[in-house]
Write a protein that binds this ligand. Structure first.
Ligand SMILES: [Zn+2]
Length: 197
C-alpha cells in the first residue's frame, strides 16, 4: 500500500482481484457482510467471494452461516409434522382464523413474505406483506391487521410449524393480551394437509 509498510496480497485468478484475508480477519469480514441481511449460505459465499479470498473460505462460510442465530430463528429448516386431526366447522364469524405464511418470494418494496389470514366461517381473506418470516413479525402483522379489526379469535389454525409456534404466543403474551388469551381460550392447532380453505 502507498505510504505504508503493509503489503496486501491479492488472488488474481478471477476477473476482479480479490484480497487475501489473514486468519484473524476472516470472521470479521463474514460478520460485516452476512449480518447486513442474513442471506442464505450460497448468497453469502458469492458476496464474500466477489471481494475476498482465503483458503477453504466456502467451508468456513457454510459453518458460520449454519451457526448464525438470527438465520436459525427466521428460517425454517425442518417442518414439524402433526397428525391429521378432525375439527368441527365454526359457528360464528371471526371465531376461527386460519393463518398461512407464503414465501420467500421475489422481493417487492422490501417485502419478501406474505401472511394470509382467512376466517373459516365467512371465508373472508386478508393478506399482509412481511419483511421477514420471524415469529415476531408474523405476530405483529396478525395483531395489527386482524385482531385489531376483527377481535381476538377463539381459535387459530396454522399449518406451518416452528416459525410462529412459540413466537406468536410469546409476542401476544408480551403485548399484555395474556388475560384475554386465557379468558377466550385461544389455542393453536397444528394441522398438516388442511386444504379445505
Ligand atoms: Zn445469519
Amino acid at each position: 500500500m502507498p505510504d505504508s509498510e503493509i503489503s496486501l496480497y491479492c488472488n488474481v485468478n478471477s476477473e476482479s482481484n480479490r484480497f487475501y484475508v489473514p486468519g484473524e480477519l476472516r470472521r470479521k469480514i463474514f460478520d460485516n457482510l452476512h449480518n447486513i441481511s442474513h442471506p442464505g449460505i450460497r448468497a453469502t459465499k458469492a458476496l464474500i467471494a466477489s471481494r475476498y479470498y482465503w483458503p477453504n473460505q466456502n467451508k468456513d462460510i457454510t459453518n458460520w452461516c449454519r451457526a448464525c442465530i438470527p438465520c436459525q430463528k427466521s428460517k425454517v429448516h425442518q417442518y414439524t409434522k402433526a397428525p391429521v386431526s378432525q375439527f368441527l366447522p365454526p359457528d360464528a364469524r371471526f371465531s376461527h382464523v386460519h393463518l398461512d405464511l407464503i414465501g420467500p418470494l421475489p422481493i417487492s418494496g422490501g417485502f419478501r413474505y406474505c401472511l394470509t389470514m382467512v376466517d373459516r366461517f365467512t371465508r373472508w381473506p386478508e393478506a399482509v406483506p412481511l419483511l421477514d418470516a420471524k415469529a415476531e413479525t408474523v405476530a405483529i402483522a396478525f395483531m395489527f391487521n386482524w385482531i385489531s379489526r376483527f377481535g381476538l379469535p377463539q381459535k387459530v389454525t396454522c399449518d406451518q410449524g416452528g416459525q410462529f409456534e412459540s413466537g406468536l404466543f410469546q409476542m401476544l403474551l408480551v403485548s399484555s393480551a395474556l388475560e384475554l388469551l386465557l379468558f377466550t381460550q385461544v389455542r393453536m392447532e397444528w394441522l398438516n394437509g388442511c386444504t379445505d380453505l
